[in-house]
Design a protein around this ligand. Structure first.
Ligand code: AMP
Ligand code: MG
Length: 281
């Protein structure tokens, strides 16, 4: 199944999150039966990241959004640990600092956008400025409502500069979120991740859903599409995202750069002795 077709939001299309099944697992019945495919796509992502880095002309920006416990951290851990740390960066966006607030809302995102050859993963992103900011009235509607167009211009500019942009919404159900919160409470190693505000934010679910639905309708572009990933099952989330990234990167047509030196000549001049030894042995 081509998850790019399946989960992509067509530009201008208005979807309703409540109508999307967060427990969807495509044709796969279990983690066990998806694991070999996940491994294959993750390995392909790693190979293509190497080519992107070697080529040094284009870059990839992956935006991860979702409510608390949707699995943003887990996605990063599972899918990107095999990439070369020299060419891969994760940028997490928290509440803006004083300095960040003193600039336009895209400033901090632009600062951390990938340079040529890099893969950058945004754990939350500039979209928080039309999500949490809207839900909590941190700026008036007259301000946030103009940000969709600014975001589109920003991403368009990145695209023209050689950056491929992919945006994933990790879609979980309210029931699954509560289950995950409870698990965090029960697991000493993960208690640090839970706070009272997680439960308070939960009460605002319908407002967040409405804000996300506007984000998808306003900012899913051919050059920077949104994908709504059913994420109640972590293994299916990993499968769908890794397939979408691997196939998108495959289509870029990355190649190893040409060599800048005469390989045969250098071998002859500097390695003749060893090569001769190997041939005679
Ligand atoms: P976490 O991702 O769980 O580490 O939490 C980061 C927190 O920062 C979340 O509650 C976000 O909603 C919040 N946050 C991120 N960006 C912004 C922003 N632009 N304005 C206000 N809060 C933000
Ligand atoms: Mg959190």
């Amino acid at each position: 199944m081509d998850y790019r077709k399946h989960f992509r939001v067509e530009p201008g299309r208005r979807i309703r999150l409540a109508e999307r099944d967060a427990s969807d697992t495509g044709k796969h019945g279990s983690r066990k039966d998806a694991d070999p495919e996940i491994q294959k796509y993750v390995q392909r992502m790693d190979e293509l990241q190497y080519l992107l880095f070697a080529d040094g002309n284009q870059s990839l920006l992956i935006v991860l959004q979702g409510l608390d416990a949707a699995g943003k951290d887990g996605t990063i851990r599972h899918l990107f640990t095999g990439m070369d740390p020299q060419g891969t960066l994760v940028a997490s966006f928290k509440q803006p600092s004083k300095e960040e607030l003193a600039h336009d809302f895209l400033w901090r995102a632009h600062l951390r956008a990938p340079s040529k050859g890099q893969v950058v993963i945004f754990n939350r992103s500039h979209y928080e400025d039309v999500l949490v900011v809207r839900v909590h009235n941190l700026v008036p509607q007259s301000v946030w409502s103009k940000r969709y167009a600014l975001i589109n211009d920003f991403e368009n500019m990145l695209r023209r500069n050689g950056t491929h942009v992919l945006k994933f919404y990790l879609h979980i159900s309210p029931e699954e979120q509560l289950k995950r919160f409870k698990k965090r409470l029960e697991d000493r190693s993960r208690q640090w991740k839970i706070s009272e505000s997680d439960y308070l934010e939960r009460e605002l679910w319908p407002k967040y859903a409405a804000a996300y639905e506007d984000v998808f309708a306003e900012t899913s572009m051919d050059h920077a599409p949104w994908y709504i990933i059913p994420s109640n099952h972590k293994w299916f989330r990993n499968l769908a995202i890794s397939q979408i990234i691997a196939r998108t990167m495959d289509e870029i047509g990355l190649k190893l750069p040409p060599t800048h030196v005469d390989i045969a000549d250098i071998r002859r001049r500097y390695h003749a002795a060893e090569d001769g030894e190997r041939e005679s042995s």
